[in-house]
Design a protein around this ligand. Sequence first.
Ligand SMILES: *Cc1c(COP(=O)(O)O)cnc(C)c1O
Length: 430
Amino acid sequence: MTDAPSYGFDTLQIHAGARPDPATGARQVPIYQTTAYVFRDAEHAAALFNLQEVGYIYSRLTNPTVAALQERVATLEGGVGAVCCSSGHAAQIMALFPLMGPGLNVVVSTRLYGGSVTQFSQTIKRFGWTAKFVDIDDTDAVKAAIDDDTRAIFCESIANPGGHIADLDALSAIADAAGLPLIVDNTSATPYLCKPIEHGATLVVHSMTKYLTGNGTVTGGCVVDSGKFDWAASGKFPSLSEPEPAYHGLKFAETFGPLAFTFHGIAIGLRDLGMTLNPQAAHYTLMGIETLSLRMERHVQNAEKIAAWLETHDAVEAVTYAGLDSSPYKERKARLCPKGGGGLFTIALKGGYDACVRFVDALELFSHVANLGDTRSLVIHSASTTHRQLTPEQQKAAGASPNVVRLSIGIEDARDLIADLDQALAKASA
Ligand SMILES: *Cc1c(COP(=O)(O)O)cnc(C)c1O
């Protein structure tokens, strides 16, 4: 299909990137389960290897099933291109890799998925990169953290686990003034609820493991490029603006313009880091995205009902859901996520750590798992699991204190979910 910008989200989530298979007419995107692609002749092969012609060489770099998914996610996010990779964490490295180098830093939000806090505070140091953690709501602290060696600002649109909404308009203004890209992890919101690029984000990263696939079947990630950042303007991003020795001195920014970041992600990132998404996983994610808007509507409806019910429950001290009338993020929700605050939030129990453990063990319909964004309702006690490696201060900043449980509300009957929560809360406070 020609991706006419006039098509609505519900149409694009089904059709973007997908065309009937030219060889067979197959209507669904085939799983191109192949490692390599036959070259027409030696000249064709040489042109492909020199990036003079776009095509398929080897599935570590490009694959038609994965390409369909890349086009679909890029279209839904309003970007010019996307690079899919093997996990959300791979996507974060793929986003930073062309920007960073030894001695350089990224300014990141303290309110992040626990695994991201660990990736940024520990593992990236091995590359000589550092992360400066700041309260992303404190715009003065964000500005103060930026120095000559900063190469990006990173935050989550709706933060896991607490459902806090980052003020993307304010953050992109700071990033623009400093000549830096703003990278937004849009996993918990999805492009149905939030469009970071419309609010000034340069790059959007996803764990497609979560809502995009939507049913807990695959691990996958994606980096979407807005195509709007001028990588050559400041001289701070030589990987994109300077001659690339591995491609005979080709300059990505000059040669590929708005697609420079995407081409670099494939031709250098996937080629050399090898964090490739396999075509079978891409197929599952394409299936999942077809119903994204329908699922997100129900996730939001259920989360709104359940959060409001929990807020009045005697055993519950606090509910963080941004979709509540009482939420401090009410204004941001209306501005950044007008269709809803997502399906993810935390509750603090009056009974503390012990009550949380009893509550999680007593739930029957909710599954106790380290995942979110499934059709099924899920629960986890972050402090004893996903956020276990964090210090008490990091746990508190991330919204994962010991008395806090994270709920990922599924698309079952809200009545049944409330009944399950009710019986488990009774056991937790007994
Ligand atoms: C799960 C998650 C990630 C990491 O994604 P994986 O696919 O598990 O590697 C990153 N960010 C957020 C917000 C997540 O929820």
